[in-house]
Design a protein around this ligand. Structure first.
Ligand code: NAD
Length: 297
């Protein structure tokens, strides 16, 4: 049986996204370098026994959720890759977080081959991917965005058309740069208050009703014990890894260089997460940057 949807990259994000498409009634064939990830999807109703080439040739939609710009380029542009195999008219959706420049180039090349391509990175992490509540930030033509609606709806609850090819990735890079900076600022403020003898719960409550209020403070407070369910209260396990934040800040700095834009706080934030990662904390939640700031007096 030929699948309607081909899903390439079944990791922490891709697996639950593909699973939600199956639950939403689509026939999906999943592909990953790890056979165990493919087998897991088959156990949840994924199509089996079809090769990647065969599946891409007949699919209506190809979705990718891969680690990096390079892996996305390999899958689309490589020998025997998606661009070579897919028929004109196939809808291509890349939800990986990659460089806006690469997304723009892929969107252009897809158009030259008679295909609509979307850069459609997401916010919401594995929890949002499992719940089907991701936010999609899309760069595409109007037509491409409209054609993808039925599929994106099954995986997310907020779908935004940011502009032409590359715009989705640009929004993602801007959002995550702000998030990385906000985490460091929030951790600094909490450290300063604690060093002056304040209870971090009291400090958090008052700031959250004042002008320093922000999402990090209320959703993933980096001070252990302030929020029972935050990664900080669980030895910084789960959540959004330091290395993922580092990757996104790297994309922001790279983009700032190519657009000649100054991002002094973004660049500093990247360096701090880089040092924190090199000290062996790459897999911890990014709120663990709080630990790097030391104890205070
Ligand atoms: P992951 O490492 O868990 O999954 C990536 C999967 O892609 C792996 O299973 C890997 O085997 C597979 N893969 C790599 N190259 C491949 C290839 N050539 N062909 C087939 N499969 C291949 O990563 P993830 O956490 O699922 O993240 C995926 C993307 O989503 C990344 O770009 C990441 O930046 C972005 N993202 C992640 C989060 C998060 O919280 N994890 C949140 C938002 C966005």
């Amino acid at each position: 049986m030929n699948p309607e949807v081909v899903f390439i990259g079944l990791g922490n994000m891709g697996f639950p996204m593909a699973h939600n498409l199956i639950k939403g009634g689509f026939s999906v064939a999943g592909f990953d370098l790890l056979q165990s990830n493919v087998d897991r999807l088959i156990a949840e109703g994924g199509i089996q026994g079809v090769s990647l080439e065969q599946a891409v040739k007949s699919a209506k939609v190809v979705i990718t959720m891969l680690p990096s710009s390079q892996s996305v380029k390999n899958v689309y542009l490589g020998e025997g890759g998606v661009f070579e195999q897919a028929r004109p008219g196939t809808l291509l959706i890349d939800s990986s977080t990659i460089s806006p420049e690469v997304a723009k180039e892929l969107g252009k090349q897809a158009g030259e081959r008679g295909m609509e391509m979307l850069d459609a990175p997401v916010s919401g992490g594995p929890v949002g991917a499992t719940a089907g509540t991701l936010t999609f930030m899309v760069g595409a033509t109007e037509n491409g965005f409209a054609s993808a609606n039925a599929y994106l709806q099954k995986m997310g609850k907020a779908l935004y058309h940011a502009g032409p090819h590359g715009s989705g990735q640009t929004v993602k890079v801007c959002n995550n740069m702000l998030l990385g900076i906000t985490m460091i600022g929030t951790a600094e403020a909490l450290r300063l208050g604690i060093a002056n003898g304040l209870d971090p719960k009291v400090l958090t409550e008052i700031i959250s009703k004042s002008s320093g209020n922000n999402w990090v403070l209320n959703a993933c407070n980096p001070c252990p014990g302030v929020m029972e369910k935050a990664p900080a209260s669980n030895d910084y396990a789960g959540g959004f890894g330091v290395d993922l934040m580092l990757k996104d800040l790297g994309l922001a700095v790279e983009n700032a260089l190519s657009t000649q834009c100054s991002v002094p706080l973004g660049a500093n934030a990247r360096n701090l997460y880089d040092m924190h990662s090199k000290a062996g904390n790459g897999k911890l939640d990014y709120g663990s940057i709080y630990q790097m700031l030391g104890k205070g007096s």
